[in-house]
Each structure stands twice: as structure tokens, then as C-alpha cells.
Design a protein around this ligand. Structure first.
Ligand code: FES
Ligand SMILES: [Fe+2]
Length: 454
């Protein structure tokens, strides 16, 4: 624009941004924002058009990827579902700083009860995963009030010995070396054979007589290395698996496992199988949604689990729980599933589901790693054709099991419960379980003086 004198007006001639920098910058920012917004909209639109145009192909691709993933997890990469002690049963302690301390305090201040049975019953206990203990491998395991060195000889046999070397006390589970069927101490290289006898000491022609370490009866089954613990020092009174159980598993494959640390007395865990009355209150809410926990009237819409069960004592170290599961919507029952849980001694339960597609086995081991600390593992097996079903059961069963853990991690032991009619099998279970304690079983009090708790 020209001024009256014909000159160009300074204010008009300058670019707008020179006139009022604050306002102009804001305008530019808005323009840039608008530009990117429009660009994003255009990209989104193009993407949606592309998806719409190729919807069938994309759907098939997603299904294919999911299918490949499920097959891969079922056959080649077994599921491993791990939870530590503070992870389960402490939802009432809010997340945030010092939560671990608060969980530790909750465990410390909990009343454990009175007249607790001995913490280490007699029987087989799983110490290690068979697949993790390679030939020549040695691991240190603390359980049952003992420190063990578990190793696999070059002959493929798994063995278990007292961890501490009688020479100067080195822990052979930490840095020990396997030589044939022997284990060699890392400190001064003394070597102990499969019977525990010292057979070699460096720079000595032959070791003095009578030097030995304790060897423990060891067996493998259901994917684990088991040690026989007996307070009376007896040889194993039964085997980990019966010949029929071994035979049935021929050709079955490992599908994965879960692992939990639980704070409770060992007996509480198998007792769950005889506690029929807890099934509805603890296990009826759907594994698919916990919404009905807060709004029970929704149970009929989202569905819920329903159980029928019976516990029976069988011969000697065996007991059995039979279980029928339904998923219910109102009066409609679907997904019927039959299961049998065989209890083999104090720390081993074999839960066998019979599904439409074939059997699935959950082998449960409970190992006392302290007077009130249990390591609980479910190892899952199935025939090859049922691998997908077996793998899919692992998260679902783990989720159900976590509900029991919540009870165990917060309860106290009641030596004389108030039994009502529906608790008949709990009383029978305790009578059956008492066979695993013997005269020399370490009392709860004595074990507490020298715990392996952490
Ligand atoms: S401590 Fe084991 S050889 Fe010396
Ligand atoms: Fe349960």
C-alpha cells in the first residue's frame, strides 16, 4: 500500500511476523499443527481404506500368525509361568514404594498357628528340572532343611549328595565338577564316587579310608529329579512313578510348567484336594473375567465354574480326588471336564484331565524350601496331538491355583478345625497324611531353630 507521499508504508511492507512476533509464532504453530493433523487423518484414512480393501487377506494373516504362535509355544517353546512369593496373594497391599517391605512384614507378623506338624514329611521331593540338569551339570539346592548338590554323571544318571565337602566344607553344588559318575570338590579337588566314597585326593597315591559324603536316593520322573527324604533313614518305600504311570507317558511331550513360592505348611497344599467345600467359594468365578467377584449377579451372564468332587483314601501312600468341572451360564452347563488327582505321597500330585482331544497331565510337586516355604511346580505333559490344549491349560490352571495361594499365603494353621458335615474328607485326609511323619521327624519347633527360610 502506498502512503500519501507515495512511499511504501513500513508497517504494511514488512512481513506480518515482523509486526507482532508473539501472535505470528502462534499462528505458525497452529498452521504446523493443522498440517500434521491433516496428514495424520489422511494417513489413517489411507490405512483404513487399505485394510477395508484387503480385509480378508489381513484377517487370514492375523489368524495365521496366531496359529503359528500357538503351535510354536505348544511344541517348541514350552510355556514357563513363574511367580515369586510377593506376586500372589498380596493384592490388599497397594503397589508403590516399600511394598516388598510391607509384604515381608505381613508374612512376619502372621500368626502361624499352634501344634504345627513336622515341616518335612517322609517321601519323594522334586529338587530340579530334569531338562535343566544336563550331563556334567551340577546345581546347589536348599530344601528339607538340607543343602544338596545335585548332579548328572557322564553316564546320564542324576545323583544327589550332601553339598558340603568333609575336607574344609566347600559347597560342591557351587563349582563342583562331574568326573564320570563322581563329583569333584572345587576347593582342593577331592573326588567322591557315586556311593559317596572319596576316591581321589590330589598328590596322594590313595585317599585315607573312611572319607565319604552322604548320598541320597535319587530318581527321575514327570520331568523332575526327586530325592527320597526319610527321617528314619529308610530306603524308599515307593517309587516316584508306578510302572503303569511310566508306561502311559511313553511318547508324551513336555508342554511347559508354572512355578510358585508359597508361604504355608506343606500339608495345606495337598489338603486342598480333600477340601471339597472350598471349590465353589474360591474357584467358581470365571477365569475369563473377575467382574463377578464384585457383582455376583453377573455370574449367570458371564458364566462361572461349577465343580463336583470326591476325595478317597487308597492304598498306603496313595489317595485320589475325582473332579468334574462344568462351565455354567444359568442352568446351561458346557465344557464338561473330568479329572483325577492322584496323590503319591506328601509332595507329589498327578492331576490328569480327560479332554475331548485327549489326556493332559499336570504333575504337581511341592518341595519344602523352608519350614513354611514351599516351592510348587506344575509340569504339564500330553500326547503330541493334544499339545495345544495342554499348553492352553497352563495359564488357566495357574490362574485358578493363584486363588488357592492367596488363601495359603495369609492363613494360619489350625490343628483342630471345626469340622462340619462337608469337611469329612479333610479329617480323613489328615489321618492319611500323618503316615508321612515318623518318630524322628524334625519337629516344627526344632526346624524353626535352624530354618532354610529366606
Ligand atoms: S573342601 Fe573339598 S576338597 Fe577341600
Ligand atoms: Fe483349590
Amino acid at each position: 500500500m502506498l502512503s500519501v507521499d507515495g512511499q511504501c508504508s513500513t508497517s504494511e511492507a514488512l512481513p506480518a511476523k515482523m509486526k507482532s512476533p508473539a501472535i505470528s509464532n502462534c499462528q505458525i504453530d497452529n498452521d504446523v499443527l493443522l498440517f500434521y493433523f491433516k496428514l495424520a487423518l489422511a494417513a489413517l484414512r489411507t490405512a483404513l481404506e487399505c485394510i477395508y480393501a484387503h480385509k480378508l487377506g489381513l484377517m487370514l494373516s492375523v489368524i495365521l500368525v496366531l496359529f503359528v504362535y500357538v503351535i510354536y509355544k505348544s511344541y517348541w517353546s514350552p510355556i514357563l509361568y513363574l511367580k515369586e512369593l510377593p506376586d500372589v496373594g498380596f493384592n490388599h497391599i497397594p503397589k508403590g514404594a516399600n511394598r516388598d517391605m510391607k509384604v515381608a512384614r505381613a508374612l512376619q507378623t502372621r500368626q502361624v498357628g499352634t501344634k504345627l506338624p513336622p515341616p518335612y514329611p517322609n517321601g519323594w521331593f522334586a529338587l530340579a528340572e530334569s531338562r535343566d540338569l544336563k550331563i556334567g551339570g551340577v546345581v546347589s539346592v536348599d530344601a528339607l532343611g538340607h543343602n544338596f548338590a545335585v548332579y548328572r554323571g557322564e553316564d546320564g544318571v542324576a545323583r544327589c549328595v550332601d553339598a558340603y565337602c568333609p575336607h574344609l566344607g566347600a559347597n560342591m553344588g557351587v563349582g563342583g565338577t562331574v568326573r564320570g559318575s563322581c563329583i569333584e570338590c572345587p576347593f582342593h579337588k577331592w573326588t567322591f564316587n557315586a556311593e559317596g566314597t572319596c576316591v581321589s585326593i590330589p598328590d596322594l597315591d590313595s585317599p585315607p579310608k573312611g572319607i565319604s559324603i552322604k548320598t541320597w536316593p535319587t530318581a527321575e520322573g514327570d520331568g523332575a529329579v526327586w530325592v527320597w527324604y526319610d527321617a528314619e533313614g529308610r530306603s524308599p518305600l515307593w517309587s516316584v512313578l508306578s510302572p503303569e504311570e511310566q508306561e502311559e507317558m511313553q511318547g508324551w511331550g513336555y508342554r511347559g510348567r508354572n512355578e510358585f513360592v508359597v508361604s504355608t505348611h506343606i500339608m495345606d497344599i495337598p489338603e486342598n484336594g480333600a477340601d471339597i467345600a472350598h471349590l465353589s467359594p474360591v474357584h467358581s468365578t470365571s477365569v475369563f473375567t473377575s467382574v463377578a467377584n464384585k457383582h455376583p449377579y453377573l455370574l449367570n451372564f458371564v458364566g462361572h465354574h461349577s465343580w463336583e468332587a470326591e476325595w478317597t483314601r487308597r492304598e498306603e501312600h496313595r489317595a485320589r480326588m475325582t473332579l468334574t468341572h462344568y462351565y455354567k451360564f444359568g442352568k446351561l452347563s458346557i465344557f464338561r471336564l473330568n479329572a483325577i488327582a492322584d496323590q503319591n505321597g506328601p509332595g507329589h500330585v498327578r492331576l490328569r484331565f480327560q479332554t475331548r482331544f485327549g489326556p493332559v497331565l499336570f504333575s504337581l510337586s511341592v518341595t519344602p524350601i523352608g519350614v513354611l516355604r514351599q516351592k510348587v511346580v506344575h509340569r504339564v505333559f500330553s500326547p503330541w496331538y493334544n499339545a495345544v490344549m495342554a499348553a492352553s491349560f497352563i495359564p488357566m490352571e495357574s490362574y485358578m491355583f493363584e486363588r488357592d495361594i492367596t488363601m495359603w499365603n495369609n492363613k494360619r494353621y489350625i490343628s483342630s478345625p471345626i469340622y462340619v458335615k462337608t469337611d469329612k474328607s479333610i479329617r480323613a485326609f489328615r489321618a492319611w497324611y500323618s503316615q508321612f511323619y515318623s518318630e524322628k521327624s524334625v519337629s516344627f519347633k526344632d526346624a524353626t531353630q535352624n530354618p532354610l527360610d529366606w
